[in-house]
Design a protein around this ligand. Structure first.
Ligand code: ELE
Length: 214
């Protein structure tokens, strides 16, 4: 059954599955089979990064052709990125950092945003602007589990999606933390599997990821 479009919120994006795949697509023809494989494996929230020229077209075709998937745009770095993503049919946005301009654009567009943060000041700025579900990026490189535990005190009302260096091996420990709602990562969408069209492998990786405990 297709996920209702208009009412999705950032926390719903985070709670749908334990893992949000961070997807890099270079070829539009891969978008639909990849999205179908992820959905078959139990992952519906799909972050398609705006790192490639093809990304917006990929979001558009997933939105049209895979009703059970919820395409989102990653690597949103400007208001223009947010606008183009919403126009293409992205249902949520993820940014590697936070600026007021990006926050305001997403707010005005009604596009739920997981803003990227790596410091207390960035968390406070995002919170001031009304965001309480945040991406911790780059999670492992910026302090990992220990950082998230330290944030539990002053920022106990924030839920994080740690992303960057998260793998099948360390995801369970991240997911066991009370302030972690889900994790993000590229490990379930390996570049070589996409290039080879190995959708069976990606479906298997998604299935394993979707069964991780939180
Ligand atoms: O492109 C973006 O907007 C990003 O924020 C970067 C990604 O989140 C990380 O590159 C994922 O990290 P890995 O799972 O270690 O590959």
């Amino acid at each position: 059954m297709a996920v209702e479009t208009k009412t999705i919120t950032a926390i719903e994006v985070m709670r749908d599955a334990p893992v949000i795949p961070v997807i890099v697509l270079h070829d539009v023809k891969d978008a639909v089979p990849l999205a179908r494989a992820l959905v078959a494996g139990g992952i519906r929230m799909l972050e398609v990064t705006l790192r490639t020229r093809e990304a917006l077209e990929c979001i558009e075709i997933i939105a049209k052709e895979v009703p059970d998937a919820v395409p989102g745009a990653g690597t949103i770095r400007s208001a223009a990125d947010a606008q183009a993503s919403a126009l293409a049919g992205a249902r949520f946005g993820v940014s590697p950092g936070y600026t007021r301009a990006v926050g305001k654009a997403c707010h005005d567009l009604g596009l739920p945003l997981l803003p990227g943060v790596a410091t207390g000041s960035e968390i406070m700025m995002a919170q001031e602007d009304g965001f309480t579900e945040l991406k911790f990026f780059p999670a492992v490189q910026a302090g990992g589990i220990a950082m998230l535990k330290a944030w539990q005190g002053p920022f106990g009302d924030v839920k994080f999606c740690p992303t960057g260096g998260v793998t099948a091996a360390n995801a369970p420990e991240f997911l066991s933390l009370a302030n972690v709602a889900c994790v993000g990562g590229s490990w379930i969408v390996p570049t070589d599997a996409i290039a080879a069209g190995d959708w069976v492998r990606i479906e298997a990786l998604a299935r394993e990821a979707s069964q991780l405990a939180r």
